[in-house]
Design a protein around this ligand. Structure first.
Ligand code: HPA
Ligand code: ZN
Length: 337
């Protein structure tokens, strides 16, 4: 069947939902663990393949936190981030907004500054070498309490000019957005953009809370919003972007099969859906892989693929000058394809 591999490869893209720690490939995980004397629960790179079979979000998170324990030095964070930017360059990603999880590092004795400086230098190298622009979003781990998130926000305030926003990730069920109402209010008052994972495993009510209680600017995932017609109308009316992650949804059993992925229903309902990789080293693919997998499962139309890619630029948090440059380049590129 004819799909759109060459169109997808040639389209300029953004990525708006990528946990930088989730781009840690097994090879690098082993290298870093060796260099830092960290013990991994796998005998070899090959063994990770068998271990990376998940039935739900928590199965994955257990290995994700385990994997990130190999990261210790500023150089490690640089290497991690720079390797991800190379994938962006290969996939014609022109702008990326990365999440990082400081609590996953600070709790192991790695300083916030070590993490931040390494990631930041990796991103700057990606801009210098490939012209890929970036923003940085700090996520709070929602299985921890709000006081812990407040302490992370205090640290982030020292980097206010380099961190565009704050987000909410980790174990969704049992940890509704409203648990973080105060810290999100303080982040908004400090000028941060706000995002939250909601409706990945959690019910539509969590998406409502992300919008009405936290006041988010984008919803990460949002799949389960489709169960609530009133919520879908609200998301469409507000042009609330959703950062959808097809291979993640497949690997975490959020959808039974990519052929049942709701992207078509999202677009038909007028939602501003974008495509993203989430944790590419764990879920089997970077940006083009996500577009291609969805296209192959659903036989998307050319206009749908172009529209999904364009939504990423529309939904980005970069400043208006950068956004209009990116959108102009995107529209010019589409005209030649
Ligand atoms: N959901 C929640 N937390 C996460 C994810 C995700 O998909 N990836 C990394 N942390
Ligand atoms: Zn995510």
């Amino acid at each position: 069947m004819a799909h759109h591999e060459s169109l997808i490869a040639a389209l300029p893209k953004t990525e708006l939902h990528i946990h930088i720690e989730g781009s840690l490939e097994p090879e690098m995980m082993f290298d870093l663990a060796g260099r830092n004397g960290v013990k991994l629960p796998y005998a070899s790179v090959e063994e990770t393949g068998a271990a990376y079979q998940f039935s739900n979000l928590q199965d994955f998170l257990d290995l994700y936190y385990q994997g990130m324990s190999a990261l210790m030095t500023e150089q490690d964070y640089f290497d991690l981030t720079y390797a991800y930017l190379k994938h962006c360059a290969d996939d014609n990603v022109r702008h990326t907004e990365i999440f990082f999880d400081p609590q996953g590092h600070v709790s192991r004795g790695v300083d916030f500054k070590t993490v931040f400086d390494g990631v930041s230098r990796g991103l700057e190298a990606g801009f210098d070498e490939f012209g890929i622009s970036h923003e940085i979003i700090m996520c709070f781990l929602r299985h921890l309490d709000e006081d812990d998130a407040e302490r992370m926000l205090d640290l982030a305030l020292n980097y206010r000019d380099r961190i565009v926003g704050v987000g909410l990730d980790s174990s969704e069920l049992g940890h509704p957005p409203s648990k973080f109402k105060n810290v999100f209010r303080r982040a908004r008052d400090a000028g941060f953009k706000l995002v939250a994972h909601a409706g990945e495993e959690g019910p539509p009510e969590y998406v409502w809370e992300a919008i009405d209680v936290l006041g988010v600017d984008r919803i990460d995932h949002g799949n389960r919003a489709l169960e609530d017609k009133e919520l879908v109308r609200r998301l469409a009316r507000d042009k609330m972007p959703l950062t959808v992650c097809p291979l993640s949804n497949q690997r975490l059993c959020v959808v039974p099969d990519l052929k049942k992925h709701p992207i078509q229903r999202m677009l038909d309902a007028g939602l501003v859906a974008t495509l993203n990789s989430d944790d590419p080293a764990y879920f089997g693919g970077y940006m083009n892989d996500n577009f291609n997998a969805l296209d192959q499962a659903l036989s998307l139309g050319r206009d749908e693929i172009v529209g999904l890619a364009r939504n990423g630029f529309v939904a980005a948090f970069c400043d208006e000058d950068r956004k209009s440059d990116l959108l102009r380049d995107f529209d010019r590129a589409v005209a030649t394809l």
